[in-house]
Design a protein around this ligand. Structure first.
Ligand code: IPE
Ligand code: IPE
Ligand code: MG
Length: 257
């Protein structure tokens, strides 16, 4: 079967993709540069991935930018990451807004400097009505934290008498997780060669396809992303499709289902 814009239907593409963007440090170290250089390069890959998903008509893209465990890194690396985050929020948000992207920073933001929290609030507000790609950036995020904060919300309702313990169902808990109103996670990608989830989307990944690649995050370009999607489509539909065919879709994104 020939796969093209007609035969790969929008239904067979992932609606919600998440990425553990790993390998920035090793990418820089292999070039005898400081790890922080890799993080700066990683921002280019983020920009690219967002464009890729927008063009392909993906509904949600969730990126793991900073885990709750990443605070354990050397102080100068953490502060460079914070500065980069602030810079991106300042410089890129207008562009995202122009491209109709709806931005949500998910995670426990209380530990961040107040300047950063304010920027996040402003970015949410600016893009809240947008109807294009939903871009979720996970910062100080942990899958266990997400489930815990949902449990706390439910516990409060029980304490208030507005919810009975028997009413705590999977569905009810799901509704209290971050990203509750978005599509189910279809595809979870991890770059950088490791085979673990590192406390990312634990609940949401229950039925997601997992895709691991050795490619380091700064090298994760359109080719690499198209390969990942082709692999997903092939697994789902049980027939082979190539990265090239997915890339053709970028030029003709209006796919009928
Ligand atoms: C991922 O790259 C980015 C963040 C965790 C912020 P790493 O910094 O973990 O890079 P490696 O895994 O050490 O190469
Ligand atoms: C996972 O990468 C977190 C992010 C990509 C933000 P890490 O490099 O921190 O993961 P571990 O510690 O190796 O599992
Ligand atoms: Mg790493």
């Amino acid at each position: 079967m020939v796969l093209n814009a007609e035969t790969i239907s929008q239904q067979s593409l992932p609606r919600h993709i998440a990425i553990i963007m790993d390998g920035n440090g090793r990418w820089a170290q292999s070039r005898n540069r400081p790890r922080t250089y890799g993080h700066k390069k990683g921002v280019d890959s983020v920009r690219n991935a967002v464009q890729f998903c927008s063009k392909l008509g993906v509904e949600s893209l969730t990126l793991f930018a900073f885990s709750s465990e990443n605070w354990r890194r050397p102080e100068d690396e953490v502060s460079t990451l914070m500065e980069l985050f602030l810079l991106v929020l300042t410089k890129e948000v207008k562009k995202l807004h122009k491209n109709n992207v709806k931005l949500a920073v998910i995670g426990d933001l209380e530990r961040f400097p107040s300047s950063l929290q304010e920027r996040v609030g402003a970015a949410h507000q600016l893009t809240s009505e947008n109807t294009g790609l939903k871009l979720n950036v996970a910062a100080n995020y942990g899958g266990r934290w997400d489930i815990t904060q949902a449990a706390q919300k439910l516990a409060k309702q029980v304490a208030d008498g507005t919810l009975a313990p028997e009413q705590i169902t999977e569905e009810e808990l799901s509704k209290n997780l971050t990203m509750a109103n978005q599509s189910e996670l279809d595809l979870l990608i991890r770059t950088g060669g490791d085979y673990r989830i590192s406390n990312f989307l634990l609940w949401q990944a229950a039925y997601a396809e997992l895709y691991f690649t050795d490619t380091l995050w700064p090298d994760f370009n359109d080719e690499a992303f198209a390969e990942a999607i082709a692999c997903y489509v092939s697994r789902e539909r049980r027939f082979g499709c190539t990265g090239d065919q997915i890339k053709q879709l970028l030029a003709a994104p209006k796919i009928t289902s």
